[in-house]
Ligand binder design. Structure first.
Ligand SMILES: O=C[C@H](O)[C@H](O)[C@H](O)COP(=O)(O)O
Length: 301
């Protein structure tokens, strides 16, 4: 079992050094004590337990309630638990005065909703261009902490937010770990956001100039006839290259094509990744220690 990270994390360490707060506004919202990770009821679905474990640990161990002010909230099904955990801090009297001052910037429509649904303050990057910390999911994570993202179609704004953040923390379940090189797990292909008028031309260039095996215009399927349109009114080409030898070079080559807005290759900007398992264990890798497994034994030391 994982030791409850609330007793290990940044939040707790900071708490020990401050005295209790007083504020009349904190009575406006019903107070809860933040649930300990070790005491959380099962969500009934192993994958959801894994995602929640990763997200809660990532928040508890990296969010500095007393120092951080601008928070990036990513997209996807795992980051739901990040927003939920930060919302729990907001409802705890110990932290409310600090968390209520957070400005949360979103990577798309879904994350804007998550921010508001959890009672947090939504803000825009134009007003808050310097993000203290950002949390986001990933579709594949390699041993260098390079990522494929954009499975949910949010890659451009995700890159904007994650590269504007001093600390970028990835949250995912362990199935997202790349078995070999990037591209070997997320075989649906690297998502590439393109200007609609250029999608044919970019598709040809990907196949003929950059050696893509497939470059498929993402379709809405049953929920929307025709191509998926991103939050930025663009299209997405899911482009499979097989195992990617040099993700940075491939990213640079794709970006050089006229009509490309952004790629789902996130190279060199994730500081840490939290990968949850259904039993609640969390594998933590960091840029300094890419292969390091910080399991329950290490956490107990
Ligand atoms: O466009 C979507 C994002 O890049 C997501 O962060 C990514 O697809 C991971 O999503 P999930 O947490 O649902 O696996």
């Amino acid at each position: 079992m994982i030791i409850p990270s609330i007793t290990k994390g940044l939040v707790f360490r900071s708490l020990t050094s401050i005295s209790a707060l007083s504020c009349s506004s904190k009575r406006l919202m019903a107070s809860i004590k933040i649930p300990k990770i070790s005491e959380l009821p099962s969500l009934g679905l192993p994958l959801e337990n894994a995602k929640r474990a990763a997200a809660y640990r990532a928040v508890d161990e990296n969010l500095d309630v007393y120092q951080h002010r601008v928070i990036g909230i990513g997209s996807g099904s795992t980051v739901i638990y990040v927003a939920e955990r930060i919302g729990q801090y907001l409802r705890d009297d110990e932290y409310r005065d600090y968390v209520s001052k957070f400005k949360c910037v979103a990577t798309g429509y879904q994350s804007k909703q998550l921010i508001m649904d959890n009672g947090l303050t939504y803000a825009i990057l134009e007003q808050h261009p310097h993000i203290d910390i950002a949390f986001d999911g990933a579709d594949e994570i390699d041993c260098n902490l390079d990522l494929i993202k954009g499975g949910g179609g949010c890659l451009f704004q995700e890159k904007l937010i994650s590269t504007s953040a001093k600390i970028f923390v990835v949250v995912a379940d362990t199935s997202k770990k790349s078995p070999r090189r990037l591209g070997s797990h997320w075989v649906q292909g690297v998502p590439i956001e393109v200007v609609p008028a250029a999608y044919n031309r970019v598709q040809d260039d990907l196949l003929n100039l950059l050696g893509a095996k497939t470059a498929t215009l993402r379709q809405g399927g049953k929920v929307k006839m025709g191509p998926v349109v991103t939050d930025n009114n663009n299209f997405i080409l899911d482009t499979h290259f097989g195992d990617i030898d040099d993700p940075k070079k491939l990213h640079d080559n794709i970006k050089a094509l006229v009509g490309v807005v952004e790629t789902g290759l996130f190279i060199g900007n994730a500081a840490k990744a939290y990968l949850g398992s259904p039993d609640g264990d969390v594998l933590i890798t960091s840029r300094e220690n890419p292969a390091e497994l910080q399991n329950e034994t290490i956490m107990e030391q």
